[in-house]
Design a protein around this ligand. Sequence first.
Ligand code: IPM
Ligand code: MN
Length: 376
Amino acid sequence: MYNIALIPGDGIGPEIIREGKKVIEAASSQYGLEINWIEFPFGAENFLKTGELLPDSALKEIEDMDAIYFGAIGDPRVKPGILEKEILLKARFYFDQYINLRPIRLYKGVPCPLKDKNPEDINFYVVRENTEDFYIGIGGSFKSKANQDYLVLLRKLYKAKIQVDFNLEHEEEMAYQIGLISRSGTQRVIKYAFELAKKKNMKLVTSVDKANVLTNIYGLWRDIFEEVSSQYPDIETEFTFVDAITMWFVRKPEWFKVVVAPNMFGDIITDLGAMIQGGLGIAAGGNINPEGISMFEPIHGSAPKYKGKSIANPIATILAGAMMLDCLGEEKVAQDIEDAVEKVLSEGKVRSHDLGGNYSTIELGDEVVKKLELSL
Ligand code: IPM
Ligand code: MN
């Protein structure tokens, strides 16, 4: 028996989570698993009504549960950053979910935007660091008196040819945000990436950074990558810069096996990863603390304009549910769900709107359940 915290959230969140839950229940009942869902109302609606985001009392309650199944958050009525930081990121940090595991897999039957690429070409993992880097939330903004010497120098340089239109009392607005990584925080995510490669029998781990410019932060990242990799002599390694890897994801996705990236770059490259696997409707992820409570969610957001229309694709959420069961040690149930999803996608009969079909969110969920039942 598992106790799962359910946070459907905003926009299409409740619709897709409903299908995910339906599929998990159908699959787990076949194996005699019992799931006790504990639903929480957190999200925009609840915030606007009560002023509450994700209270510590709820986090304490969830500490005694087995995992979190999360829909999506984000709502046009709330300024960007509030729900994201105070709900999603708060949970990731509170439970120290230091891995964000995002499989990039093109399933049969899913149209790929890359020319001549097939399912066997797009099948790798991005391991995104999930608690450090530019996400630590340290920053600020201020106004400073512009440096007078600097202004005088500028005037000289321009030799009065150009009219310098600021005066010496000019106040300049500035903002900064700090990116920080720690030795232990970097070590643990890189170690996880190598262990994953070992477990999946994949022979290459690619490190992502921008060590050619952000030399302090990603210089340390590289040092630690080298240290950790020396413990895995059978696994090939390489360094890539984040700008270059976006090109390689498009040009030669078949090259990649396990990619490990700092938090912000990992965020950016996995939206691209989602596109090459056929779209955000398919891309799932897990915020994992291998020693604690993990949280599973689709990579996509709350898509407010599709809310309540039953046209969102629930597949990403269903696959996130499979990842959750896998993480809980129910590998067989997880595999059954993934197989059922693969059947639905490869048959291509019951297609969601994002993949060019006109089946509803509910019909997609029902079809996955049907395939599950047929396979048993
Ligand atoms: C993601 C999202 C989040 C992130 C936002 C919603 C805070 O983009 O899960 O990729 O930046 O991590
Ligand atoms: Mn993102």
